[in-house]
Design a binder for this molecule. Structure first.
Ligand SMILES: Nc1nc2c(c(=O)[nH]1)N[C@H]1C(S)=C(S)[C@@H](COP(=O)(O)O)O[C@H]1N2
Ligand SMILES: [Mo]
Length: 319
């Protein structure tokens, strides 16, 4: 699957027809003008749509300057080649093992250094926010990458709503801990539950989103349903899936991968072709579906937007 050439495969072979048609429509909307659909309906209407039809008939279509105009990775690869260790450490495992994962009802807690801690049902959590389509590159620390059309809301808007205190310097995210539903959590490959974190200015950056969908439909379970982080200038492991808690903290959170291999996975994990992983180079990457490798871009191609966040920092030390 890694070295398949997309040109030799008909789109109808790699996606089912509804998805293919919806994808074609999204491409028609987005390809030339880089516009993104903004969905202003309630979460239930959004979660109710199993194809992009309804999303496309929604009223507001707006330009998103953060959408990349690159060929999107096929729906099939996006939803079958996954890292989701709670289900399996095999790439193709999560797609089948997460099939019956229960994402409704879903409760989300936001607390810590905020004036307005709250517990939400997912629908109420999403409702006040603008849902946008954002086509982002995702670059895994394992040196492969994809281009994925997410549906998501601004993380910064979510944080503003709970009014961070002056002590809020970091944001910590936690995945559901439920070994009955998530068989991978019965094994100690990682320290469960999965925890990730951002510095507050990274979390407030307009590129940081919480995604609830992809390819115009509700997020498939294997991609982190019902809600996951997407931080496109960082290695994929920062984009934590199936989030149940967001906590604002004064101190840097202890994050799962940094705990499991501190010499290999840092807290920052910014995509950087000049700082290799101790066991492999990060200079190049394989775009899933491509035959040849391509050069990895600084901050995954988002340097214009995010380089100022790290001005003056030694990136070899803060990897
Ligand atoms: N909870 C949780 N989140 C996770 C992971 C995981 O194993 N568990 N894997 C990460 C890694 S390594 C990557 S590359 C991305 C993959 O996201 P995708 O499967 O939607 O492409 O999810 C990230 N988020
Ligand atoms: Mo990854």
């Amino acid at each position: 699957m890694l070295i398949r050439r997309p040109n030799t495969i008909k789109p109808s072979e790699i996606t089912d027809e509804a998805v293919y048609n919806s994808r074609r429509q999204f491409i028609a909307v987005t390809a030339k003008t880089a516009v993104a659909a903004v969905v202003t309906g309630t979460m239930s209407s959004v979660l109710g749509l199993q194809n992009a039809q309804a999303a496309l008939s929604l009223p507001n279509i707006t330009k998103s300057k953060y959408t990349v105009e690159e060929e999107q990775t096929s729906f099939k690869d996006v939803t079958r080649y996954n890292n989701f260790y709670e289900f399996s450490t095999d790439k193709e495992g999560p797609a089948t093992l997460a099939k019956n994962f229960k994402t409704d009802p879903w409760t989300l807690r936001i607390d810590g250094e905020v004036n307005k801690p709250a517990t939400y049902q997912l629908e109420d959590f999403i409702k006040p926010h603008v849902l946008e389509e954002r086509i982002y590159r995702l670059r895994c620390v394992e040196a492969w990458s994809m281009v994925i059309p997410w549906l998501g809301i601004s993380l910064g808007d979510v944080i503003k709503r709970v009014e961070p205190t002056s002590k809020a310097k970091f944001v910590e995210f936690t995945t559901l801990h439920d070994p009955v539903q998530m068989p991978g959590q019965k094994r100690s490959v990682l320290d469960w539950p999965y925890v990730e974190g951002l510095r507050i200015d990274e979390a407030m950056h307009p590129l940081s989103i919480l995604a609830v969908g992809l390819y115009g439909q509700v997020l498939p379970n294997q991609n982190g349903a019902p809600i996951r982080l997407v931080v496109p200038w960082k290695y994929g492991f920062k984009s934590i899936k199936s989030i149940v808690r967001i906590r604002l903290t004064e101190h840097q959170p202890k994050t799962t991968w940094a705990l499991s291999g501190p010499g290999e996975y840092g807290f920052y994990a910014n995509v950087n072709p000049n700082v290799d992983h101790p066991r492999w180079s990060q200079a190049r990457e394989r775009r899933i579906g491509d035959f040849f490798k391509r050069k990895t871009q600084m901050y995954n191609g988002y340097a214009d937007e995010v380089a100022p966040l790290y001005a003056g920092m030694d990136l070899k030390r803060f990897y």
